[in-house]
Design a protein around this ligand. Structure first.
Ligand SMILES: Cc1cc2nc3c(=O)[nH]c(=O)nc-3n(C[C@H](O)[C@H](O)[C@H](O)COP(=O)(O)OP(=O)(O)OC[C@H]3O[C@@H](n4cnc5c(N)ncnc54)[C@H](O)[C@@H]3O)c2cc1C
Length: 381
């Protein structure tokens, strides 16, 4: 058993840290307030090889794993969760293309992502279908050689900025099994009938694009179907088994960044004639934060390693994601507490981190959904 990262992994992590320090820190506040992200920084991130590292080399990626993607995610989120989210979600859904796309689809679309020539997304959630993704009603009807798509999606990452989007659609409404009614269809966003509205007023991750999408008689060639018709639900579950593994690293990075800010503050701030870092209560808080982060990091790395090494276990992935989200919410709460009233103002980055953390218990499967998965597995049901 060897728990250490390889030299290549440590180098990637260090390079991601330097990139985020250099490119995110100075613009993070402005991007949060103005709800925007700079496209030129995205291009630079791609040129330096940080985008979609898990995509196979034959499709233009680095051919690395989800663990390497998690290391980059951790370092980006450590500096700024909003910009971090935007940049690590550029390949969101590529896992599905890699697993189920035809050779032609993979050659056409995947190389655009690591090259920085395209942004993608995966549109699943609908106004009346969130945790219950299988209740989604956006429909795709085959008309000759084309799918005709109608419906709407909500809270979709990259909805307004993506060049193409994977869309979870009902193609077989009469199937007896709910799990055999949906398919995943690739939609280029410049097609007639695609409309997106960026959703403003997000609590956190405001630099990242989250949008509503509307499909009105949108037509795509029937070849845009990903994988087998009617197998969208099982493709979605297999996607979550991979994406949730690395999403946990968002919580690890956020908490690490928050703890570092708290440490800097308590060393500099004096009360009762001494630095607040010298109070044992403060030291206990930092000790608890550091331990929680290290535990979450270990489980996230393990989950990613298992996925990368063909040992995927859905329950371990769910544990790592749920635990990292909960841990991040707890750690950032104490980190802000240590800033006192100053942490309550938005000229302190800890305020931005505090707002960002909550989403980690909501998206990519709420904490309740993760616990349902874990419970079923542990109880053998
Ligand atoms: C910033 C952001 C980005 C997002 N990006 C994307 C994206 O790129 N693509 C996409 O498709 N979606 C995206 N989402 C949507 C996200 O995945 C959903 O918000 C999430 O799945 C929860 O669905 P919901 O909001 O409809 O909540 P609901 O499903 O309505 O849940 C509300 C509450 O009820 C609980 N609940 C629901 N069912 C059960 C149950 N069976 N047992 C116990 N409790 C239950 C939930 O845990 C939750 O606490 C994003 C959301 C946000 C906030």
């Amino acid at each position: 058993m060897d728990f250490s990262l390889s030299k290549e992994m440590r180098d990637i992590k260090q390079a991601a840290r330097e990139f985020a320090e250099g490119e995110f820190r100075d613009i993070a506040h402005e991007c949060d307030v103005e709800e925007k992200f700079p496209r030129k920084v995205f291009k630079k991130a791609a040129e330096l090889g940080f985008v979609g590292v898990f995509i196979d080399e034959e499709y233009g990626g680095a051919g690395l794993g989800f663990l390497e993607h998690a290391l980059i995610t951790e370092e980006f989120w450590r500096v700024d969760p909003g910009l971090g989210q935007q940049f690590v979600s550029i390949p969101f859904g590529a896992e599905v293309l890699m697993l189920y796309g035809t050779e032609e689809q993979k050659r056409k679309y995947l190389p655009l992502i690591p090259a920085g020539d395209a942004i993608m997304g995966f549109a699943i959630t609908e106004p009346d279908a969130g945790s219950d993704a299988g209740a989604g009603t956006t429909s795709a009807v085959l008309d000759g050689d084309e799918w005709v798509i109608n419906g709407s999606k909500v809270m979709i990452g990259n909805g307004s900025s993506a060049d193409f989007m994977l869309v979870f659609c009902v193609t077989d409404p009469d199937s007896e099994k709910k799990s055999r009614r949906h398919s995943v269809i690739l939609v280029e966003t410049d097609r007639k009938g695609y409309e997106a509205d960026q959703m403003h007023g997000k609590m956190g991750l405001r630099a990242s694009d989250t949008s509503s999408i509307y499909f009105t008689d949108l037509r795509v060639p029937k070849e845009n179907l990903i994988g087998e018709r009617g197998r969208g639900f099982s493709q979605l579950m297999n996607f979550f088994d991979r994406s949730r593994a690395w999403v946990g690293s968002q919580g690890v990075g956020l908490a690490q960044g928050a703890m570092e800010m708290a440490i800097e503050h308590v060393k500099g701030r004096e009360q009762f004639g001494r630095p607040i870092a010298s109070f044992q209560v403060t030291q206990f808080k930092i000790a608890e934060m550091a331990t929680k982060i290290e535990l979450a990091r270990t489980l996230v790395y393990r989950a990613c390693w298992m996925v990368d090494n063909g040992k995927l276990e859905t329950a371990i992935v769910a544990m790592s994601k749920w635990n990292a989200g909960r841990m991040a919410v707890e750690v950032v709460d104490e980190a802000l507490q240590l800033h006192g009233g100053y942490g309550y103002f938005n000229d302190q980055p800890i305020e931005r981190f505090y707002r960002a953390a909550k989403v980690l218990e909501i998206y990519e499967g709420t904490k309740e959904v993760e616990k349902i998965i874990i419970g079923r597995s542990v109880l053998g049901r």
